[in-house]
Design a protein around this ligand. Structure first.
Ligand code: FAD
Ligand code: THG
Length: 807
């Protein structure tokens, strides 16, 4: 069979790395085109100062950076001068502890230093100005052009070719597949796979093939000083970050290069940029704007007093891509197969990205979890030009800001609100944003309940400033009340699809791990796996009729996966019904007493069993009820169309008065599901984990003839790491996620998610730990500047007999 022909658009650091990684996997018919010369093409890579800091809140991003460092080192295109981040405020100093924690969690070398130690490493620093620093000795400077050339050379040796001055003006296609590209000089290059690695040109290229690539080219200031007398040019000073003032530094011999993010975000209009600079050698370089740099220069001379002995020598405003959430954009266009994008990638992550995307293209799935970077992660409203522009500008402003894990974007907001929203506002809902939905985190109206419970002796422990922000102890009252009485949870944001048609059962059986072909009325918890047997999602599949299913999913990536696998014969239809419907979870021991009087059908345990679905009425409202509970209590998810939403709320609210029903929010929801051992996809488990390792092996029906990922599971070796439940010893201790966990003094894993349990009066946390850890084992968790002791617990921590749910 002929090898697939690959065309890569763009010979920057990403395009060259891709050519290397794709040819390394054996596809050698690769052509890389660039509109500019090779390899100083005029793209962002041409003048990238090349600072590589690997520490990142995202494990994936840290791993992409780690691989890049390893590869560039091998290519002799990396100078490991180390990185030093300094704090000038107490908040930053605390945050550097958190970053150090991430480094330990993801396996990056690092340490915290006092001001004197910082000044020893970087003698230009004024130790009086700083509170301390975080040092990463394996970070350093990438020689981006050297790395690009070296990777291109390796690709060329395997048969790839590189074409300079060869601008792609059109992507050619037939029958929904790419067939090649046309270049400005009229050539056609045939291809089975086209990868856009066009950097900040990416959005324009995407638009031409009906694909929204949500990135915004933005100008960023970079300047160089003249010679600094205090430097003799021979020093290898570490790179420096002064995030409190949006600044970073590196040395060039006896000069200092200064990068600045403090100016107002400057999105670039590509139409005028291309017109103005199309013929210039450096379209990504705009003239320096010195007035905007003034605060940076002033602050730099304070932090590094030796700079008062020199002046600024040169500078430019360089263009590169920003995205709404700061992550790259990777994946295959869903409307045009064979068209891939790998854009908005920093030099820092470039080789790692190229390796993962090459695996994805050649083998069907990357080894590493890329869901945070997936092209299809965005909700539709997030693909509007307005949203992309506003959020990407915000991402520029926040590049170095300290962002709390539960801090949600402040704008745009209220883009998606459930039909219950007005009622929730009246009850003092404090909303977080998720999937663009307003999601109540807790309700101020429950403050009185908290006082009542406190009077009864329920504890509401004080929190430290960090874990206490974006939080209210009211959530404890809501969680507690759910276990003792009954509460209403807005489940509207839960993504759901209708899957129907003659081929629906076979389709869902092939895509998911469990047997979803049971008789109508059954609900099944099941998994989507990728070709490697890694978990792509976990779902509930309700068979409502012979050829009609309702699927409860995790977000846009699931719809992408489903539609990608639809049979071509039209025998299966899939429809996203999330926005047109709404859902209330009514859960708690009193749920049945409260709802039964409204319903003509028998809601007893015998009449309506656990994990069953029923289409019925509550009052005059047509509903679909599912006896499913992510909080692990008696009750139902109750679905109706959006038009009936407000009426459903009012009906349940009135019926619940007698049982003192309360509204409850996401913090309570999260704490209750942790008690029950339920996983949250994307946080606790991803494609990097097999069902067995993640503790959801029970959702795999091994006897099923076939499903995606089955073969990989059959040849899988026992997992090295397993997801465990931990319980923290100290009732006042809470962690938030991503903290390192040590066993016998050695970092052995990391926390995924955590929440304070009202039932046991302790914090429950999940952690990936070596499989040999056992219930009862003692572990330690580093949280900011403290260490907490915890013990591995059996699962689930609460109600292992399932008596709460099955009553
Ligand atoms: P590019 O290097 O821009 O390559 C894209 C290529 O596509 C270009 O060569 C272009 O000519 C070509 N192209 C576009 N359209 C077409 C077409 N239609 N046909 C053919 N070819 C086409 N990153 C870090 O990791 N660390 C840093 O310290 C750092 N500092 C930075 C400082 C500045 C001032 C700037 C501007 C960027 C910085 N970056 C940094 C970001 C980094 O430089 C970029 O993210 C990275 O270089 C992007 O690489 P790329 O290959 O995707 O894009
Ligand atoms: N409700 C519905 N769909 C969903 C979720 C939901 N889909 C996405 C996500 N949440 C899926 N996650 C879970 C996790 C656990 C359970 C349900 C959905 C659950 N598990 C039980 C257990 O593990 O004991 C039952 C499993 C079984 O009987 O097979 O309830 O919240 N609609």
């Amino acid at each position: 069979m002929r090898q697939p022909r690959v065309v890569i658009i763009g010979a920057g650091i990403v395009g060259t790395a891709l050519a290397d990684e794709i040819t390394r996997l054996g596809w050698t018919d690769v052509t890389v085109t660039d509109r500019g010369p090779l390899f100083r093409t005029g793209g962002s890579t041409s003048h990238a100062p090349g600072l590589v800091f690997q520490t990142n809140g995202s494990k994936t991003m840290a791993e992409l950076a780690r691989y890049t460092v390893e590869k560039f080192t091998e290519l002799e295109a990396f100078d490991a001068v180390g990185g030093l981040e300094v704090a000038t405020t107490p908040q930053r100093w605390t945050d550097l502890h958190r970053r150090y924690g991430w480094a330990k969690s993801w396996g990056i070398e690092g340490r915290l230093l006092d001001p004197q130690e910082c000044a020893k490493l970087h003698p230009l620093l004024d130790p009086e100005r700083i509170l301390g620093g975080y040092h990463t000795p394996t970070d350093g400077l990438a020689l981006a052009l050297t790395a690009a050339e070296a990777q291109a050379r390796r690709a060329t040796d395997r048969g790839a070719q590189f074409l300079a001055y060869c601008e792609v003006v059109e992507v050619l296609q037939a029958d929904g597949r790419v067939t090649g590209v046309r270049t400005a000089d009229g050539q056609e290059l045939p291809a089975d796979v086209v990868v856009c690695a066009a950097g900040f040109w990416g959005a324009e290229l995407g638009r031409a093939v009906g694909l929204t690539v949500p990135l915004v080219p933005m100008a960023h200031q970079f300047a160089k000083t003249g010679p600094v007398p205090a430097l003799d040019g021979g020093e290898r000073l570490p790179m420096l970050r002064h995030q409190d003032s949006d600044l970073y530094y590196r040395t060039y011999g006896d000069r200092i290069g200064i990068g600045y993010y403090g100016h107002d975000p400057r999105p670039i209009d590509m139409r005028t940029l291309l017109r103005d600079t199309a013929s210039e050698a450096m379209p990504s370089m705009l003239p320096f704007t010195p007035a905007e740099f003034e605060p940076a220069w002033r602050e730099s001379r304070r932090l590094l007093p030796a700079l008062t002995e020199t002046e600024l020598d040169e500078g430019f405003d360089g263009i590169f891509s920003f995205t709404p959430d700061g992550f790259p954009i990777l994946g295959e266009h869903h409307g045009l197969s064979g068209l891939w994008v790998a854009e908005a990638v920093w030099v820092t992550h470039s080789a790692g990205v190229a390796k993962a995307v090459a695996e994805w293209i050649v083998t069907g799935a990357p080894q590493i979890d890329l869901h945070e970077c997936d092209l299809h992660r965005f909700e539709q409203a997030a693909l509007s030009p307005d949203f992309i522009r506003r959020t990407s500008m915000r991402a520029f402003v926040e590049v170095y800001d300290i962002i709390h894990p539960h801090q949600y974007r402040s704008a745009p907001r209220e883009l998606r609100t459930s039909p219950f929203y007005a009622r929730q506002r009246e009850l003092g809902a404090c909303c977080f944003e998720g999937g663009l939905w307003e999601r109540p985190a807790w309700f101020e109206a429950n403050a009185a309940l908290m006082d009542e419970l406190a009077a009864d002796g329920v504890e509401f422990p004080e929190r430290d400033e960090w874990s206490g922000s974006c939080y209210s102890p009211i959530a404890i009252a809501e969680a507690r009340w759910t276990r003792t009485h009954v509460a209403l949870y807005d489940m509207t944001p839960l993504t759901r699809y209708e899957v129907s048609g003659a081929g629906a059962t076979a389709f869902l059986q092939e895509l998911t791990t469990n047997d979803v072909g049971k008789k109508p009325g059954a609900v099944t918890y099941t998994l989507l796996l990728d070709e490697n047997g890694g978990i792509r999602s976990d779902l509930t599949v309700a068979r409502l009729d012979d050829q009609f299913f309702q699927v409860g999913a995790n977000g846009p990536l699931d719809l992408d996966w489903f539609t990608r696998h639809l049979p071509g014969d039209g025998s299966v239809t899939i429809r996203d019904i999330t926005g047109g419907t709404c859902c209330l979870g009514v859960w708690g021991p009193k749920a049945r007493d409260m709802v039964q009087p409204l319903c003509p059908d028998d809601l007893s345990h015998k009449g309506f069993g656990y994990f069953r679905a029923l289409r019925t009425y509550l009052g005059s409202i047509p509903v679909t009820m599912m006896r499913v509970s992510y909080v692990g209590e008696l009750g139902w998810e109750i679905y109706t169309s959006a038009e009936h939403g407000a009426a459903l709320w009012d009906l349940l609210w009135a019926a619940g008065a007698e049982y003192r029903v309360v509204p409850a929010g996401r913090i309570a929801f999260n704490s209750l599901r942790l008690e029950k051992g339920y996983r949250s996809w994307g946080t606790d488990m991803t494609t990097e984990h097999t069902p067995e390792a993640a503790g959801v092996g029970f959702a795999v029906r091994k006897t099923k003839a076939s499903f995606i990922g089955k073969a990989a599971l059959e040849s899988a070796v026992p997992p090295k790491n397993t997801l465990r439940s931990l319980v923290l010893d100290d009732p006042r201790a809470v962690v938030l996620g991503k903290e390192p966990v040590t066993v016998n003094g050695v970092v052995a894993g990391y926390i995924t998610s955590a929440g304070w349990s009202a039932t046991i009066g302790r914090c429950i946390a999940y952690a990936w730990l070596p499989s040999e850890t056992r219930p009862g084992d003692e572990v330690h968790i580093d949280y900011l500047a403290t260490t907490f002791t915890a013990h591995v617990h059996t699962e689930p921590v609460v109600d292992p007999e399932m008596s709460l749910i099955r009553r």
